[in-house]
Design a protein around this ligand. Structure first.
Ligand code: BGN
Length: 300
């Protein structure tokens, strides 16, 4: 920190106040309008966010942020959702004085989608890019409705999508840990990241929750009223059908977590491109059979 420069006032790692005084210089009092019918375009977003640097990075001008935040978004064929996400989130994150970068991790090809593996890849590539100490793993289709919903890491892994319009702003079940989660670097390393073994829809987030518990941590959630978020509705993506084979993997988390995760991550980097509003990482992650082969030590 340069002499005379101040820490951003509500940004102390492991001591985040969830109800900052938003009136005044930060601008905005909390609730935000989120509308998925308005016209958005990448060009318009660029013009409205001239402080963003290539790759989708921004940091506050008048203070030093202690948290350096990588936002990781798993992705395939969701251009319109990504455009809305960028439209709402760049101004949001700048108003929260975030020192952040956006990483869109795209699964190449048509094989079954693997959201969790893309998260691990996003983490692995982001740490090579900048000195990040906080990682927010977010779906591309969820937008917070209140500026007080801090995109920051906390003392414990934080669940940030527990008050969704889709579920009438209620938590459907207590251990839900999907949509958006925030981990410090230590917390994420401590659980060896997500499992790489969840192909198709469902369960990878439930398994992540089990990892957190097995590592002796609890999860945090900000108050429901400030965490309201809207989800863009969509049909089930082709290649991301519900996969019943995922169900039995959830309860094995505590036995498997140290061998299945960041430590066993394998992928082929196809491209790493800095766009104006985000960094896009395109990867070949293989298909379900490859990971079976892998977990059996290559014997089949
Ligand atoms: C659950 C899914 C989660 C998902 C939530 C909310 C499974 C595992 C089999 C019991 N879990 O049912 O992954 O985040 O719904 O949509 O499918």
């Amino acid at each position: 920190m340069r002499p005379g420069q101040f820490h951003c006032y509500r940004d102390v790692l492991n001591d985040v106040r969830e109800t900052p005084p938003f009136k005044g210089k930060i601008g905005g009092t909390g609730p935000l309008d989120v509308d998925f019918k308005i016209n958005v375009s990448i060009d318009k977003i660029i013009l409205e966010n001239l402080n963003i640097t290539f790759g989708g990075h921004s940091k506050p001008k008048n203070c030093t942020a202690l948290q350096k935040i990588a936002i990781i978004i798993p992705f395939r064929n969701r251009e319109l959702h990504l455009t809305y996400w960028l439209f709402y989130m760049h101004p949001f994150l700048q108003k929260q004085q975030g020192d952040y970068g956006i990483y869109v991790v795209e699964q190449h090809g048509q094989s079954m989608f693997n959201r969790a593996k893309l998260m691990n890849i996003g983490y692995t590539e982001a740490v090579k890019d900048y000195d990040y100490n906080c990682f927010i793993f977010s779906d591309v289709d969820i937008i917070p409705m209140n500026l007080k919903n801090l995109y920051r890491c906390s003392k414990y892994p934080k669940h940030m999508a527990h008050s969704l319009d889709k579920f009438n702003f209620r938590l459907p079940y207590k251990t839900l840990f999907g949509g958006i989660v925030a981990f410090t670097k230590e917390q994420y390393l401590n659980i060896n990241g997500f499992s790489n073994s969840f192909w198709g829809w469902g369960g990878e987030d439930d398994e992540l929750y089990q990892r957190v518990v097995a590592a002796g941590m609890i999860i945090e959630r900000a108050p429901q009223n400030i965490s309201k978020a809207k989800m863009m509705t969509h049909m089930r993506d082709p290649g991301n059908e519900r996969n019943q084979k995922n169900v039995p993997l959830i309860s094995k988390a505590k036995f498997k977590m140290h061998e299945d995760g960041l430590s066993s991550l394998e992928y082929l980097l196809i491209s790493f491109t800095r766009h104006r509003l985000y960094t896009k990482i395109t990867v070949d992650i293989g298909k379900p059979d490859d990971s079976v082969k892998h977990s059996l030590g290559g014997s089949v």
